[in-house]
Design a protein around this ligand. Structure first.
Ligand code: NI
Length: 137
């Protein structure tokens, strides 16, 4: 971990008040931690935009009763086996499944995989969590 330094910034009082109001109730121990989080979020966005190696998770909710859906999702994941680090399948109830596909690789490829999984017939909800390998932040 790199050494901590103190820095001061000039900011409009009204804007700072809005920021403090915005982070109220989010369990940040300090305002500094909230600002550091924002900076890191920006850096992660930049990693995705610039096509650096990133990590993420694709979540899928579907009913396993739908014909062929499990096979189709599996086939797509095999097509992108270089990106998929692991998958976790949770049986939410009698009908519904939640699958989490953990990925690492180039953003464009991850987004392609995410879109292919999301558009498989029968997928009820899908989201892509854009995270980082942690190296650049
Ligand atoms: Ni299941």
């Amino acid at each position: 971990m790199s050494k901590l330094i103190r820095c001061s910034i000039s900011i409009e009082e009204e804007l700072l008040n809005k920021f403090d109001e915005n982070i109220k109730g989010r369990d940040y121990p300090t305002r500094s931690k909230a600002i550091i989080d924002l900076i890191r979020q920006e850096l992660v966005k930049k990693e995705w935009k610039e096509g650096r190696e990133v990590a993420g998770a694709i979540t899928l909710v579907y009913s396993h009763h739908k014909r062929e859906i499990v096979n189709k999702l599996m086939t797509v994941q095999h097509d992108y086996h270089g990106l998929v680090i692991s998958t976790q399948h949770v049986h939410l109830d009698h009908d519904n499944c939640l699958e989490i596909v953990v990925v690492k690789g180039k953003p464009g490829q991850i987004e392609k995989l995410s879109n292919k999984l999301k558009t498989v017939k029968g997928v009820r909800h899908s989201s892509l969590i854009m995270a980082s390998t942690g190296k650049g932040i």
